[in-house]
Design a protein around this ligand. Structure first.
Ligand SMILES: Nc1nc2c(ncn2[C@@H]2O[C@H](COP(=O)(O)OP(=O)(O)O)[C@@H](O)[C@H]2O)c(=O)[nH]1
Ligand SMILES: [Mg+2]
Length: 198
């Protein structure tokens, strides 16, 4: 599997599989908003506690984390651990750590014109950090979420897709703060990860 996705962690004895999904993207793009919506919508039986980044809560966590239970796939109980990375350049090491052993990525791009450069930089940072683990972005399950589509002056979708999506991976328009496009993005990446279980 050189350069490709690692195989998700399967515990054959308990017939469980745990997959790691990372929400990556520039600061304030809407990554935490995705997890907040998922947490708010799923019943407590289907998800764990939402643990939020210290910068937002004064707690000591360096990333957001949410456990989600998506039922059974081919007889295996399938769990997802959703992480977000801090966008600030200062947290480079944290981003590298959070990315370790990732199974799938939702890249949350900010549709505001003034964030175009930050989107491209974050995508390059993602590519470099994966490459530092001997992984290739092009061979890792990835969806792109174009977020903040509600804002007046949002950059046209085709323009953003031309900049950020040379490989033509699945993409979704979203308004994360209202939950629009959030489950579409999660389901799409989860499906790609589950396919890699084959
Ligand atoms: N207008 C608008 N605001 C959003 C959207 N998604 C998130 N926000 C807001 O943008 C800010 C940053 O979002 P957050 O999820 O904390 O970004 P993160 O740094 O990527 O985790 C918050 O105030 C959110 O409420 C969106 O689609 N539209
Ligand atoms: Mg955040």
């Amino acid at each position: 599997m050189e350069g490709g996705a690692r195989l998700p962690l399967i515990n054959h004895a308990s017939r469980e599989v745990t997959c790691k999904i990372v929400y990556y993207g520039p600061g304030l793009g809407g990554k935490t908003a995705n997890l907040e919506h998922i947490h708010a919508r799923l019943s407590p039986e289907a998800r764990g506690k939402l643990i939020l980044l210290a910068a937002e809560t004064n707690r000591t966590h360096l990333f957001d984390l949410l456990r989600v239970d998506l039922g059974t796939v081919r007889g295996l109980r399938t769990r997802f651990h959703l992480f977000t990375v801090p966008g600030d350049p200062y947290y480079d090491l944290t981003r590298k750590l959070v990315l370790r052993e990732v199974d799938g990525i939702v890249f949350v791009a900010d549709s505001r014109a003034e964030r175009c450069e930050a989107n491209v930089e974050s995508l390059e940072d993602l590519r470099a950090n994966l490459s530092g683990q001997g992984r290739e972005l092009a061979r890792t399950p990835l969806v792109i979420q174009y977020n903040k589509r509600d804002l007046p002056g949002a950059v046209p979708l085709a323009e953003m897709d031309a900049d950020l999506n040379p490989h033509g991976v699945p993409y979704f328009q979203a308004v994360g703060s209202r939950g629009v496009g959030v489950f579409d993005s999660l389901k799409a990446v989860a499906k790609m990860v589950v396919r890699s279980l084959n």
